[in-house]
Design a protein around this ligand. Structure first.
Ligand code: ADP
Ligand code: TRP
Length: 312
């Protein structure tokens, strides 16, 4: 029996190569070893997105992105959180298990407060919806980025609180911090992030990718352009790159052109695959996924309902 893997993704717009090396590729490399579930966390996205067209489009897009990088919908259950009402139901039940001061320690909530943004109640209870996502599938492992570590701790706390009150019903999951390449730097040398506008788009056109590469910041000291090299190293080994960077010392324009060409070689087949996926196909994947998801979540939720005394 394979162990069960569950992970969730917020549908949050166009992906960049930092997302690819930090999240998508490590997922593609590991998911087949498990009985895997991949959930689009659209109700989590609603805590910060109030644009219906964007939520809709981002959801379709992220499924296309995952299919294009090599996720096979026959080998993983792909579904949308909002299509399975078991999530909000267990989320409510878990909210009743934890205290306000406990949730007040949440990083996402605290960050918003620190920035003077008024947090909505959904953001406040976000960790319990995420706990519900995971616990409904008797999940063994949850691969996430480092930024999600605290949410997994909250999930384990919720399991403890529930099981102490009602017996051994929920299964405590393990956190697997994705073993990506560490932090991928952006065109300005900081962490690549859509909020810093320093990204290289994963599914950009040849011209868009080239344009971002040309914007990579370099010093004019004649030494190796570290920001170019660091991104290039994601694609090629030091043995391959070092002689080239030596030969083209100081010729930043040439080195950037080579990086853009290597990115194009990596991206082109994925872009082609992505362009061939229709919205119809995405809807079919999600419709099929939620049927399989509910088969599992329904039976866990039934045990929870029985445990708390609402199954008549
Ligand atoms: P962004 O910083 O652009 O908003 P997200 O926070 O939406 O990106 O990240 C989605 C996933 O991609 C997370 O798992 C995160 O760890 C990973 N990721 C994002 N940026 C990078 C990066 N620069 N290097 C490595 N992984 C990244
Ligand atoms: N909170 C996660 C993020 O922002 C997304 C997510 C929702 C998730 N539910 C999950 C991740 C369950 C892992 C397991 O990236």
């Amino acid at each position: 029996m394979k162990k069960r893997l569950f992970t969730g993704l917020q549908p949050s717009g166009d992906l960049h190569i930092g997302n690819y090396y930090g999240a998508l590729k490590p997922f593609v490399d590991m998911y087949e070893a498990y009985n895997s579930f991949l959930m689009i966390a659209d109700y989590h996205a609603l805590t910060s997105l109030r644009d219906s067209e964007a939520l809709h489009q981002n959801t379709i897009n992220i499924v296309k992105d995952y299919l294009a990088v090599g996720v096979d919908p026959e080998k993983v259950v792909i579904f949308r959180q909002s299509d399975n009402p078991d999530h909000t139901e267990l989320g409510w039940i878990l909210n009743c298990m934890v205290t306000v001061p406990f949730l007040m320690q949440g990083h996402a909530y605290k960050d918003k407060v620190a920035k003077g943004i008024e947090p909505n109640a959904g953001l406040f209870t976000y960790p319990m919806l995420m706990a519900a996502d995971i616990l409904l599938y008797d999940t063994d492992v949850v691969p996430v980025g480092e930024d999600q570590r605290q949410h997994l701790e909250y999930t384990r706390e919720a399991v403890g609180k529930f099981n102490r009150a009602y017996g051994d019903v929920l299964k405590e999951p393990e956190t697997v911090i994705l073993d990506g390449v560490g932090v991928v730097p952006g065109t300005d040398g900081q962490k690549m992030s859509k909020s810093y506008k320093n990204t290289i788009p994963l599914f950009g056109t040849t011209e868009e990718v080239e344009k971002s590469v040309m914007h990579i910041v370099t010093d004019s000291n004649g030494e190796r352009p570290e920001n170019v090299y660091a991104i290039h190293r994601l694609l090629k080994s030091a043995e391959e790159l070092d002689p080239i960077y030596e030969t083209y010392k100081g010729k930043y324009g040439d080195l950037k052109k080579m990086l853009a060409a290597d990115l194009e070689t990596m991206i082109a087949p994925m872009r082609e695959r992505r362009n061939a996926i229709t919205d119809e196909q995405v809807r079919a994947v999600l419709a099929n996924g939620v049927i399989k998801a509910r088969e599992v979540s329904g039976s866990v939720l039934e045990q929870v309902r029985t445990a708390i005394g609402i199954a008549l």
